[in-house]
Write a protein that binds this ligand. Structure first.
Ligand SMILES: [Zn+2]
Length: 223
């Protein structure tokens, strides 16, 4: 294995451990993938993150839709939406999927996240959508996720969790953290009479400011 591939595999494991330690995810319910040339590296199924080693990360050809894989362990049961997102979104370099508590609570209530805070613009528009429901691991879930992700860098998965899509692992994890913060803020505002929403014009201004400002690497860094 080349050093850069080994480093990316280790980075995936480090992010998995960090997302559990931070409370963003629990157990092995989340999974992370990253683009490595024409292949997708993805966490294996049912291996505790503390026991995970770089060689256990599964590798799949991105252009093969039938789920061919290499490795000592089979890929996460959610490999299909990871693969389909990388195929459909050439700008995507990494995907974080978690059952983060507040995102999942809103997804259980089948709520989109409306423009409650200007940070929603980080996700590409004035909302973060909740997908239709489909059984985990299915092609139907993959289709529902892609639809909810249209023009966005994240979505909620109905009665399931969330997906964040970044240019690289750092950005995908940063977006996952920001989405959970937004979900928590929205949930909290609902307890005290409901949010006052920002207008389309106010979100457009935030979007313009973000594109001028750029998403600096230093800001998107998680340990
Ligand atoms: Zn899941």
């Amino acid at each position: 294995m080349q050093p850069d591939e080994r480093a990316l595999r280790q980075a995936i494991i480090d992010k998995c451990r960090w997302m559990n330690a931070s409370g963003l995810n629990q157990g092995t319910s989340g999974n992370i993938s990253a683009r490595f040339g024409a292949r997708m590296l993805i966490t294996p199924s049912a291996v505790p993150y503390d026991a995970m080693e770089p060689r256990m990360i599964a590798s799949m050809p991105i252009e093969d839709e039938h789920g061919a894989w290499d490795g000592p362990r089979k890929p996460s049961s959610e490999w299909r939406f990871h693969l389909d997102i990388l195929r459909a979104r050439p700008e995507a370099g990494a995907i974080v999927h978690t059952h983060a508590p507040y995102c999942t609570s809103l997804a259980i209530a089948r709520r989109d996240i409306p423009p409650v805070h200007y940070m929603i613009a980080c996700f590409g528009g004035s909302d973060v959508r909740c997908s239709d429901y489909a059984t985990f691991g299915t092609e139907a879930l993959s289709r529902a996720a892609l639809e909810a992700l249209e023009g966005r860098k994240a979505c909620l998965l109905a009665n399931h969790g969330m997906i964040a899509v970044g240019a690289d692992l750092e950005q995908a994890m940063w977006l996952a953290v920001e989405l959970e913060a937004l979900a928590r803020q929205y949930w909290t505002a609902l307890q005290i009479g409901g949010p006052v929403l920002l207008s389309e014009a106010e979100i457009a201004e935030a979007l313009a400011a973000f594109s001028g400002y750029g998403l600096q690497r230093a800001e998107t860094r998680t340990p």
